[in-house]
Ligand binder design. Structure first.
Ligand code: HPA
Ligand code: ZN
Length: 375
């Protein structure tokens, strides 16, 4: 009864801007988001506002158009990360961290995201002189307010930058130990450089011993993608892989991931590529098709957004809509992505069951999403 009431309230309050029933169904679907970088949630308009507020007179960009033009310099992951670090350098105070996170939470709540596991990169901030304590204080307050005012639960995942040293990773893990109540896991991001993943094995062991859950990015179609996935499963003992679509290249790896119930968070929206400033349609197609193939192969795969603010790309609801439209997937397939997301979430079993029941109730009460009629 309580569940039904909650569902009716949800259906009534989620503002959905959808052109057809399927879009409405997907935007209103109760969803988890498990692959979102805090640093990638900042939108160009917010970059400007915060730069002005912090009196950063030497910040070189004066308009959203200029920032978007700068984003066009991102041609690949290393150049993207350079632009990313430059733009997010405007975030300085606890309030800045709070506000960027809250803006993201408000935005995705409108797409019925009910649970978020959010990556954050403390090394990117401490390297430019922002204390770890400032970062986590802002994120902690945003997490609290998202729960209290939006009914949105968020937990954090500390990411180690793969282009920084393992010593630095370990030092940041130690800083994070007092915040284990809100940081539930560790992961890796930034470019996969030589020595990945082996050189992170000791810090992952330390993280596991301290009770953190383990995931790692394995980016798409890079040299050594397959070996990196294998070594993340073996050497790092990860439970999830972020992206990781190259698992499909090796039947033995597929079998191993299936057996271990490894979770995959596939994020098809990417800004850089052949047409700077627009979603890379080749990459989107590549990853969306891979996600569907992973589903068909019996892998635990969900859809995610990655860096939707800074890339001006798609938040997770829009990723669901675009993936369905691109591949003409069924409602049941789309629901499977959301269900898998809750299943692989690092939540206590009872909380997981509650989200899954919410999902089931929504699906049961939404009349024929596949019908062509307008909402
Ligand atoms: N891969 C690696 N590093 C990143 C990513 C990613 O998808 N997004 C933000 N940092
Ligand atoms: Zn990512």
């Amino acid at each position: 009864m309580l569940l039904r009431l909650l569902l009716l309230v949800l259906l009534a309050t989620v503002p959905v801007h959808a052109a057809n029933r399927m879009q409405q169904f997907l935007l209103g679907l109760p969803k988890p988001e498990l692959h979102i970088h805090f640093e990638g949630t900042i939108e160009p308009g917010t970059v400007l506002e915060i730069a002005r507020r912090n009196h950063l007179d030497h910040f070189p960009y004066g308009s959203v158009a200029e920032i978007q033009q700068r984003m066009g310099d991102a041609k690949d992951l290393p150049s993207f990360i350079r632009v990313y670090e430059e733009l997010l350098s405007v975030i300085r105070t606890e309030d800045d961290f709070y506000e960027v996170a809250m803006r993201y939470f408000r935005r995705v709540r409108q797409q019925n995201v009910v649970y978020v596991e959010m990556f954050f990169d403390p090394q990117m901030h401490t390297a430019r002189g922002i204390p770890y304590a400032t970062v986590i204080a802002g994120l902690r307050r945003a997490r609290q307010d998202a729960a209290a005012t939006l009914g949105l639960r968020c937990e954090f995942i500390l990411c180690f930058n793969r282009d920084r040293s393992a010593e630095s990773a370990l030092a940041h893990l130690e800083k994070a130990l007092p915040d284990r109540d809100i940081i539930i896991g560790v992961g890796t991001d930034n470019p996969e450089d030589a020595g990945f993943p082996a050189r992170f094995a000791p810090v992952f062991q330390r993280a596991a011993a301290a009770g953190f859950r383990l995931t790692s990015h394995c980016d798409v179609d890079i040299k050594g993608s397959g070996e990196n996935i294998r070594d993340c499963l073996g050497l790092l003992q990860v439970e999830r892989i972020d992206h990781g679509v190259n698992v499909l290249d090796d039947p033995a790896l597929i079998a191993r991931a299936r057996e271990k119930h490894t979770g995959f968070t596939v994020a098809p929206a990417l800004l850089y590529g052949p047409a700077p400033g627009a979603v890379n349609t080749f990459y989107f197609d590549r990853c969306a098709r891979a996600a569907k193939a992973m589903l068909d192969a019996g892998l635990l795969v969900t859809l995610a957004s990655d860096d939707p603010g800074i890339m001006c790309s798609q938040y997770v609801g829009e990723v669901y809509v675009a993936t369905q439209a691109r591949l003409d997937l069924s409602a049941a397939e789309m629901v499977a992505f959301a269900r898998n997301g809750f299943a692989m979430a690092w939540l206590p079993a009872a909380d997981k069951a509650r989200y899954l029941a919410l999902l089931d109730a929504y699906v049961q009460h939404f009349p024929s999403p596949e019908s062509a009629a307008a909402p």
